[in-house]
Design a binder for this molecule. Structure first.
Ligand code: HEM
Length: 174
């Protein structure tokens, strides 16, 4: 059977090795070792999401306050890209598939999410081009990992236990 990682690679067009190139360096440190670039990116991203002209997509986020969504995302990204484990300290294990179970994470939703993230990356000046390229691959692969994971758990409705996942893992200590 095709693994979720394989499906994510096929659907996103991003090989696992490229998605996890973020682990071959420390993006948090290379961006200056402060939260600011990640705060900038998440604020930029969620401003676009909450103002999306496409109501079906905007509605997916209607249950969360924009400020909370921004904080959840930048703390996750800081932790995942080599910085301190802010997300886990406040929210617990990332468990990305489980945390998205309430939402319709379809192929169409993934493309819209990625569209806003690409625009946010393109207009966030505190992130250099090389880091942006690595982050783009990570985001594409993770978005489709979520689509695949939720499709699978909905089909079999037995949760996602035992699913090997590096998307939410903290970067291993060097
Ligand atoms: C939270 C939707 C992709 C990481 C959320 C929330 C929604 C959502 C509605 C709740 C907002 C909040 O209260 O924080 C989606 C959709 C996606 C998607 C439709 C399309 C594929 C992603 C990707 C990542 C991600 C690619 C990681 C790279 C997170 C994180 C949270 C979150 C860390 C916060 C969870 C928490 O603190 O409970 N997402 N998401 N999401 N999402 Fe996504």
């Amino acid at each position: 059977m095709q693994s979720l990682q394989d499906k994510a690679s096929e659907w996103s067009g991003v090989a696992a090795a490229d998605a996890f190139a973020i682990d071959g360096c420390n993006i948090f440190e290379s961006l200056g070792g402060t939260p600011q670039p990640f705060v900038d990116l998440s604020t930029n991203f969620y401003t676009r999401v909450y103002e999306d002209e496409e109501e079906w997509f905007r509605e997916i986020f209607a249950g969360s306050k924009k400020e909370d969504a921004i904080q959840n995302q930048y703390e996750f990204l800081i932790q995942r890209m080599g910085g301190p484990p802010l997300f886990s300290e406040r929210r617990g294990h990332p468990a990305l598939i489980g945390r998205h179970r309430a939402f319709p994470v379809t192929h169409r939703a993934a493309e819209r999410w990625l569209h806003h993230m690409q625009q946010a990356l393109d207009t966030t000046e505190s992130i250099d081009a090389d880091s942006k390229a690595k982050m783009t691959n990570f985001f594409r692969h993770t978005a489709y990992f979520l689509v695949a994971g939720l499709e699978t758990t909905r089909q079999h409705s037995h949760g996602c236990r035992g699913t090997a996942c590096k998307h939410g893992a903290s970067k291993p200590a060097e």
